[in-house]
Design a protein around this ligand. Structure first.
Ligand code: SF4
Length: 103
């Protein structure tokens, strides 16, 4: 019995610390490159004004990562994590075709 209690405590401690580890990894995550295959597939541009408007007709002036529902950066930050890129950092002024206006 003591062994299984210790094991339970060890597992609980490991699970409790996991989200902290993920948050730390995100803070250090690299910036997404426009040449990244996912970035190219989604038409990501670090500067939204450079979006291929012919190809991505849904883009509207004024849209950017910082106003996207998927943006996980802090308000006013120059970059922040995006789940579309596995938590890598995107530019607050960027845009990709997965853009969803923040509610
Ligand atoms: Fe930016 Fe949203 Fe595209 Fe992520 S999903 S890169 S936050 S526009």
């Amino acid at each position: 019995m003591p062994c299984s209690r210790r094991r339970f405590i060890a597992i609980a401690a490991a699970l409790a610390s996991t989200p902290v580890f993920i948050e730390e990894a995100r803070a250090d995550a690299p910036m997404v490159s426009e040449s990244d295959p996912t970035a190219q597939a989604l038409g990501y541009k670090a500067n939204a004004s450079q979006v291929d408007k012919a190809k991505y007709a849904k883009y509207q002036a004024g849209q950017s990562c910082s106003t996207c529902q998927l943006w996980q950066g802090k308000a006013g930050a120059a970059s922040g994590p995006c789940p579309m890129f596995g938590g890598k950092q995107v530019s607050s002024g960027g845009w990709c075709s997965a853009y969803v206006k923040k509610a």
